[in-house]
Design a protein around this ligand. Structure first.
Ligand SMILES: Nc1ncnc2c1ncn2[C@@H]1O[C@H](COP(=O)(O)OP(=O)(O)OP(=O)(O)O)[C@@H](O)[C@H]1O
Ligand SMILES: [Mg+2]
Length: 353
């Protein structure tokens, strides 16, 4: 019989350890490096096969950079990214050569925020959908066309649309095309970077439902980057909260929403609208600016904005550690064990009218 740890490890599709991406800041005539933007720093988490992992945090906290590192769109500054490859083993995908990256693209795909910008306006739907298959020399042209038609069916678009150009579609339809293009190669992992943020609220729900249906049907694993925490609660299994390039909390979604452990998570949750007025809560107004990742504060990066800070928070950076022995939740806060922070009640806990 396998140990619990081994079984748990087998469920892991992607494992990120101590991930770092520092962008150089260059000045002057000879472009001397005068510092670094630590866009992603000491980030470690894992994604289980078949789950949806949410990544949240304010603008500029490093969500897209994390996504692009996982895609290997640019090299890491440090750390490892392991993906369970076809061999069944977790393999480090950092530092792959161009030929190896070519094969990696079949396994990890991305859906972007802006369906307008991510689809080439001069290509027909047929060309847009079959392009990845052409690049990877998969199938004959008839087989590729059949696959493109299948994809249109799958994402709820009519097959007659094959000859149209992207401008003839609405925002929601374009995002359906973006999703079809991402899944046509049968990837294991789809990284969705704010996939519904640019869409009308009514259309957002349709696209979220489509992503959910595709996950069930095709067994996909998602990394879901979002600003909107209500959406995250709806679609994610676990959530990673980022602040200035670092992970500050990582937990199962219901636990994170009902019992946040980091003051920053509590502040983010306080801005989530609640439909029941009897449960309305005080909104925590975060004072001050988001810290600059090129020049972060001493100690805990969040301390200048934190209402719970103590002297140690200003001088010593907290470790990212387990909240307690009996959970898998991780937090980066000196006071996590003693604070009792406010969450958002679950829909199930709300009094019935
Ligand atoms: N190519 C780059 N060169 C220099 N700095 C960069 C580059 N890409 C991102 N950054 C910086 O890295 C930090 C993280 O950016 P990133 O785009 O990952 O944030 P984000 O969380 O996706 O934000 P948003 O919610 O606005 O999309 C920011 O300070 C950004 O200015
Ligand atoms: Mg982004």
């Amino acid at each position: 019989m396998q140990s619990a740890a081994a079984v748990h490890d087998e469920q892991v599709l992607l494992k990120v350890d101590d991930l770092k991406k520092y962008f150089p800041i260059r000045r002057g005539f000879i472009k001397r490096t005068i510092g670094h933007v630590k866009a992603v720093d000491e980030v470690s988490f894992s994604v289980r096969a078949g789950e949806t992992l949410g990544v949240v945090g304010e603008s500029g906290c490093g969500k897209t950079t994390t996504a692009r590192l996982i895609m290997q769109a640019f090299p890491v500054t440090g750390g490892t990214i392991q993906l369970r490859r076809n061999s069944g083993n977790l393999e480090d995908i950092t530092g792959l050569n161009s030929r190896e990256l070519y094969f990696l693209r079949r396994e990890i795909q991305m859906v972007f925020q802006d369906p307008y910008a991510s689809l080439n306006p001069r290509m027909t739907v047929r060309d847009l959908l079959t392009e990845p298959l052409v690049i990877h020399r998969i199938g004959t042209s008839q087989e590729r066309e059949r696959r493109a038609r299948e994809m249109l069916d799958l994402v709820g678009l009519q097959q007659e649309y094959l000859n149209r150009y992207p401008h003839a579609f609405s925002g929601g339809q374009r995002q359906r095309l973006g999703i079809a293009r991402a899944i046509i190669m049968n990837p294991k992992l789809v990284v969705c970077d704010e996939p519904v943020s640019a869409l009308d609220v009514s259309v957002q729900a349709q696209i979220l439902n489509l992503l959910e249906d595709l996950q069930t049907e095709l067994g996909l694993t998602y990394i879901f980057i979002a600003h909107d925490l209500s959406v995250v609660r709806h679609v994610c299994d676990r959530v990673a909260v980022m602040y200035v390039g670092k992970l500050v909390e990582f937990a199962e979604v219901e636990l994170l929403f009902s019992k946040p452990k980091h003051p920053y998570t509590e502040a983010l949750l306080s801005a989530v609208p609640v439909s029941n007025p009897s449960l309305r809560k005080e909104r925590i107004m975060l004072g001050g600016e988001v810290a600059d990742p090129a020049n972060p504060p001493s100690g805990c990066y969040f301390h200048p904005r934190c209402t719970y800070k103590k002297a140690i928070c200003e001088t010593e950076e907290p470790e990212f550690t387990l909240v307690s022995e009996d959970t898998t939740s991780m937090v980066r806060c000196h006071r996590a064990a003693e604070l009792s922070l406010k969450g958002v009640p679950s829909v199930r806990d709300m009094p019935q009218p």
